[in-house]
Design a protein around this ligand. Sequence first.
Ligand code: ADP
Ligand code: MG
Length: 600
Amino acid sequence: MIKPRNMMLLGLVLLILSPLVLPSYQITLLNYIGLYALVVLGLVLLTGVGGMTSFGQAAFVGLGAYTTAYLTTTQQLPEWLAWTAGSPWIALVFGLLLTAVVALLLGALTLKLSGHYLPLGTIAWGISLYYLFGTLSSMGGHTGVSGLPSLQLFGISLDKGEKIFYLIWAAVTGAILISRNLLNSREGRAIRALKGGQLMAESMGVNTFRSKMAVFLISALFAGLSGWLYAHTQRFVNPTPFGLSMGIDYLFMALIGGVGSVWGALLGAGVLTMLKQWLQDLLPILLGSDGQYESIVFGLLIVFMMQRAPGGLWSLVIRLIPARYQADTRLVVNDAAADLPRRPLPAQGTLVLEAMNVTRRFGGLVANNKMNLQLHAGEVLALIGPNGAGKSTMFNQLSSVDTPTEGEVRFLGQSLKGKNSRAVASMGMSRTFQHVKLLPAMSALENVALGAHMRGNQGVISASLHLEREEEQRLLKEAKHQLERVGLGAYLYEEAGSLALGQQRILEIARALCADPCVLLLDEPAAGLRFQEKQALSDLIKKLKTEGIAILLVEHDMDFVMGLVDRIVVMEFGEKIAEGLPEEIQTNPAVLEAYLGGAE
Ligand code: ADP
Ligand code: MG
């Protein structure tokens, strides 16, 4: 039987043999496919995984290409660069450094933009860099420069397509390995979490801006490397291949191939390059050589493919492969991995979280008005009240997702003024969301492992090289343990999106527990749960309480609340109208009128 790993080896062997058997015209095409695939791989990470659309990747290709063109063809380099002596390899280092600096600057300017503004921003700098290349008079303006040297490697001159072929495809293979390693890591999960929304990712302790920057930088470097290789393959550069229209083509390749997977990049680059070539060869024969029919047909075909395979061609290919030949992508959990260190919990009864006169106004609306509440270690406190009473707003003030207009929140004796939700999460507050925020296409195990983000510290580089396996094993073991703890041990490898809503809520609790919290905020945890699931949830909360975790929950289900919690705070119109033991609340006339009456 052919295992996926053997398939990859077979592919590699075919690749190595192809220059020996294929005509050089085909090799040139394969070289281009490799060069494009490098850029598209970056887009898979940036757009497919990170959710950021960039039309500007071609400009980064240009930076890599133009740096080496400048350094290797200029006769009289300025003094401080003279030592580089026209070496393409030193030019590669310079090119990547320049790409990194430009990417960091552009990233700082554009990555904070949201919605349509980010893609528009990438179009803007894509165009500016293109015109910059065209105005560099020392680089031949729009005509470009020729006479770039061919690369020398181990004394071999890579002066023919069949030779540089190996370097290009070695770079592609390296980029694929790096991308795959990165995606299966703690930092990779953080990048994937960007699609689940900033709010959720930050609450799990992910520095979303840093994650965006990291993936933006990696995608720019892949593009810069492609540009360097391109320049020495062509041995000629001009601005045309680095313009906006090429930037759009790269995006097409990513979308057509399948922007969600590393192999989609390869497929997309291959299919679009071949398609263009065939159309160029074929259409003039069929339709005559006047008119740009190939561009028109090409555009129509792209629309057609997007219609037919919105997830990209790779997802179609995957569906056609019989299950037994498919790669087993399940992450192996090593039960022998060491346990992660635990946070010392405050002694039972210690005051851990306190709201003092918290007021939050939205324009004229007072969503929280002089709210006071206290939460102690080992206590379960319920926050109840009719819809719109301000409970979720209160949650946001307590977890620093939002800042009170007036008043103060204190957590473990510290004021939360000026602290963001990430800082609060790292202090030990963890939460679930009223509207479940999971990554539906990711396994339950990986979703939960995201909760342990703050308990690891290995960065992007060690992740790319898979030097962080020991820590990763510990994080995954913790995630598995928490899933088993909440009773989802049988669903480790299910896609989170395929679970029932009730299970998704429980999954969020496991994710929150993975952060090893001392305070747990649960926003309507029992909504959508069946009777037995509610029982199980109730048991779990009681168990967490005896361990010394402080739990604050918002809940509508009165039966669920009454048998479970120690104290209740009742809100209406942003204000606290009652506080006390469940039995007191049940008979409080103001509550009966406001809450029970209001909720029917
Ligand atoms: P609950 O969770 O108790 O149902 P919320 O805290 O969600 O209530 O909402 C309380 C009130 O504050 C509602 O009237 C809601 O419309 C308003 N509100 C909540 N968030 C915002 C916001 N970001 N901007 C303006 N109004 C808001
Ligand atoms: Mg709410």
